[in-house]
Design a protein around this ligand. Structure first.
Ligand SMILES: Nc1ncnc2c1ncn2[C@@H]1O[C@H](COP(=O)(O)OP(=O)(O)OP(=O)(O)O)[C@@H](O)[C@H]1O
Ligand SMILES: [Mg+2]
Length: 356
């Protein structure tokens, strides 16, 4: 893990007011009758070498952001600034040809290695495919690069001729990692890369991603449902709800001093690992409202236990905290309510010494 970067203008990725509203079509004439506001005004930066965790319940818009960054989707509005050797380009505006070189720099790692790997292709060919698409190296050079990659992700060159179904889930995700890294990207969008794996295998794949980040100087945006998955891999965490960012903060701060009631609720959904830990639990109830017709004011107000009148009418902006500019929160009550931490600084030290 790299140290948390202070906000400077040397961001690798700088997203501003990103929106993706999917049209809903109906009727014989396929008229647009409404929009799914999957991403609704999101701004954040990612600095070189860091890992930013993007967390929120199902349907909050995490994958949609990832897909906008790799331009599988074209955003409705907003900009996605990406730093290249030639200067900053706006990925949101590039046409197909101008995107070509950017596609080498940004790769996406998917959740389900079963469906993201072509079952009819051999492992070696799956990993070599991006090299072929970008016409990198000769056939022999590609082969030796793939063999190196297989070693690097801990699989061994003898896996070259296997098919995906001959591998375990963890091994398949290692193939996914090798494929994503084959063309030496600078930024990797990891979309729940361990969610489909057994808990024991999850830690191995997370460690692999973390080791490769150090070796290759990669930058990660790491998407997850659950804060516990991003705790050890992320420098910073962004908490998302119904297409908007609720809180962004250094990971430690999130666990020791959450500022948004939704963050507190997400923390409460993780079983407590501290010895003797027992605490009152505020558990999120009710479904996430529809992104077609999100609640007025603060989108979280319908599920918030601290809700006040202002929350129903005025949309809170994401703003830095005066006493901690590295933390930003979109909550009217951030200064008023004291939220429950996941653990105290002392409990965290205990936990770290237990692990050591
Ligand atoms: N292609 C699409 N067309 C229409 N609506 C979509 C499309 N893709 C996603 N959505 C909707 O946009 C919202 C955000 O979806 P998204 O997949 O980004 O959420 P997510 O946070 O990644 O959720 P999960 O944790 O379940 O993966 C959801 O309401 C989803 O139904
Ligand atoms: Mg998703």
């Amino acid at each position: 893990m790299s140290p948390v970067r202070a906000a400077t203008n040397d961001a690798l990725l700088e997203i501003e007011d990103l929106r993706l509203h999917f049209p809903i079509k109906a009727g014989l004439l396929k008229k647009t009758v409404a929009h799914v506001k999957a991403v609704d005004g999101v701004s954040f930066s990612v600095y070189p070498g860091e890992t930013v965790g993007l967390v929120g319940e199902s349907g909050s818009g995490k994958t949609t952001i990832g897909r906008c960054i790799v331009r599988l989707y074209k955003p409705t509005t907003g900009s996605i600034g990406f730093r290249t050797a030639q200067g900053v380009v706006d990925i949101a505006q590039l046409d197909k040809r101008a995107l070509q070189p950017i596609r080498r720099d940004i790769q996406m790692l998917f959740q389900d290695p079963n469906s993201s790997l072509n079952a009819r292709m051999r492992v070696g060919d799956i990993i070599a495919e991006p090299l072929e698409i970008h016409a990198i190296g000769t056939r022999d050079e590609r082969r030796s690069r793939v063999e190196d990659l297989l070693e690097q992700v801990g699989l061994g060159a003898e896996m070259y001729n296997r098919f995906p179904h001959q591998l375990s889930g963890g091994q398949r995700q290692r193939v996914g990692v090798a494929r994503a890294l084959s063309i030496e990207p600078r930024l990797v969008i990891c979309d729940e890369p361990v969610s489909a794996l057994d808990v024991s295998v999850q830690a191995q794949v997370l460690n692999l991603l973390s080791d490769l980040q150090g070796e290759l100087g990669l930058t990660y945006v790491f998407i997850a449902h659950d804060l516990s998955v991003v705790e050890y891999i992320s420098d910073r965490v962004m908490v998302m709800y119904l297409g908007k960012l609720m809180e962004t903060a250094p990971t430690k701060r999130i666990f020791e001093r959450p500022t948004h009631p939704y963050t507190e609720a997400l923390l409460n959904s993780i079983p407590k690992r501290v010895r003797g830990g027992h605490r009152k639990r505020f558990v999120l109830t009710g479904d996430i409202p529809s992104p077609v017709n999100p609640p007025s004011g603060c989108v979280f107000h319908t599920r918030c236990q601290y809700v006040k009148d202002i929350c129903r009418t005025e949309t809170p902006a994401l703003r830095p905290l005066p006493d901690d500019p590295e933390t930003s929160v979109a909550c009217h009550l951030a200064e008023e309510v004291a939220l429950e931490p996941y653990y105290t600084a002392e409990e965290r030290r205990d936990l770290e010494s237990d692990r050591a």
